[in-house]
Design a protein around this ligand. Structure first.
Ligand code: HPA
Length: 234
């Protein structure tokens, strides 16, 4: 047990999928894992461990934003020995060619700041995905009937953004989408010698203002979970 995760030693797998939403962790575990057991309920941040094609997997909610994700990722890496962390979540698209329901695989994550900002001081560290995971996720995504985009994303600290000019600069510099967690995940994995990746479903579009209807979310999120699982065990 850690401060925020109630699992006993050995109850967390080396491979952990991390959706922001704990109810999506429950849904993904019930839909894709065999013999899924709930291993965390602390603060309602549900975590499940089961197997996928015989491989042990944990699906643990991260909460929204980098400070929340940082708590769970730190405890998974430091205390439970997690070796592969894959964020599965939603993002807002920032390029015209990207459509709602498309999948974005994040090579890098630009930020204004992260919970790790203090240790880097004047340095602008470049959070980047594990290449083998990225390559395997791209290969898995290409076998599916889903649009796939690979490149840089923006990990923002705010959903209700009072600085639209920052988004304009992200769009101008080719950033594919915006979410709120990947950069800190990449930094923590690097610090602990682990692998990390973010596989994201486009739920809304910052340029066209379209949004994924709620009745279509499940199917699209399912593609993302399977891409993450195939990448983890490629
Ligand atoms: N902003 C930040 N995070 C997000 C968004 C967004 O528009 N959409 C999904 N996650």
């Amino acid at each position: 047990m850690t401060v925020h995760i109630g699992a006993k030693p050995g109850e967390i797998a080396e491979t952990v999928l991390m959706p922001g939403d704990p109810l999506r962790a429950e849904w993904a575990a019930q839909t894709f894992l065999d013999d899924a057991v709930c291993v965390n309920r602390v603060r309602g941040m549900l975590g499940y461990t089961g197997t996928w094609k015989g491989h042990r997997v944990t699906i643990q909610g991260s909460g929204m934003g980098m400070p929340s994700l940082s708590i769970y990722a730190n405890e998974l890496l430091r205390d439970y020995g997690a070796k592969t962390l894959i964020r599965i979540g939603s993002c807002g698209a920032m390029q015209e060619r990207i459509a709602i329901r498309d999948v974005i695989i994040a090579m890098t994550a630009t930020t204004l700041s992260t919970p790790s900002r203090g240790i880097f001081r004047e340095l602008n560290y470049a959070p980047c995905a594990d290449y083998a995971l990225l390559e395997a996720a791209v290969a898995a995504a290409r076998t599916r009937d889903v649009g796939v985009h690979v490149g840089g994303i923006y990990s923002s600290d705010v959903f209700y953004d009072e600085r639209p000019d920052l988004n304009d600069q992200m769009v101008r510099h080719g950033i594919l989408g915006v979410e709120m967690e990947a950069a800190e995940l990449y930094i923590l994995a690097a610090r602990h010698g682990a692998r990390a990746l973010a596989v994201l479903t486009v739920s809304d579009h910052l340029l066209t203002h379209e949004a994924l209807p709620s009745d279509q979310r499940e199917r699209s999120f399912g593609d993302m979970v399977e891409i993450a699982l195939e990448a983890a065990f490629a």
